[in-house]
Design a protein around this ligand. Structure first.
Ligand SMILES: C=C(O[C@@H]1C=C(C(=O)O)C=C[C@H]1O)C(=O)O
Length: 167
């Protein structure tokens, strides 16, 4: 194997200190608060309804003709702060309208409350499928949760400040 191909494999793998975070089950909020030693601060950059893109519909696991139909969802985009003035994680959560029934309706009224406080309130883990990829902003984990039969897609990108934090 040439050194170039080794180098290309090396760049396609996350830094070792991120692996446990990218693969962790359970609440990322709880893990970040433990690392920070204080409650997470959530800054919202967007919350509202949007029509999903084809890529987002695919990431939700839709197939066939469902991909061609317009799909409206509630979107929440936030920056998560630990104990640093720079955000540690950028997160986007996608809630198809069909998922916002019953107790899930509170996911539209979170404001500064981390989703994890609701998602993991009664359980340590939630059934999910996990995908990891590298983006221009940092390594990202995408999690398709089955929360009491409701489909949620949450993408979390670990930003440079997270890697350089010494806590
Ligand atoms: C999904 C969780 O909630 C965290 C909080 C988020 C929010 O408040 O928008 C988004 C992503 C998560 O990192 C979790 O704790 O695992």
């Amino acid at each position: 194997m040439s050194t170039n191909s080794i180098a290309s494999i090396a760049t396609s793998l996350p830094p070792i200190e991120l692996v446990s975070w990218l693969n962790a089950e359970g609440s990322l909020t709880a893990m970040l608060e433990e690392k920070a030693g204080q409650p997470l601060r959530v800054e919202r950059s967007f919350e509202g309804y949007r029509l999903l893109t084809l890529q987002q519909k695919r990431q939700l696991g839709l197939q066939g003709s469902a991909l061609n139909r317009p799909l409206l969802a509630w979107i929440r985009e936030v920056q998560l702060y630990g104990n640093d003035e720079r955000p540690w994680v950028g997160a986007q959560s996608i809630f198809p309208l069909s998922s916002l029934k019953g107790k899930a309706r509170r996911l539209q009224q979170l404001k500064g409350t981390p989703i994890g406080y609701v998602l993991f309130k009664r359980r340590r883990t939630v059934p999910n499928q996990r995908f990891v990829r590298q983006t221009s902003e940092g390594w990202q984990r995408q999690t398709r949760y089955d929360w009491y039969g409701r489909l949620l897609l949450i993408s979390e990108t670990f930003l440079p400040a997270f890697l350089s934090s010494d806590t």
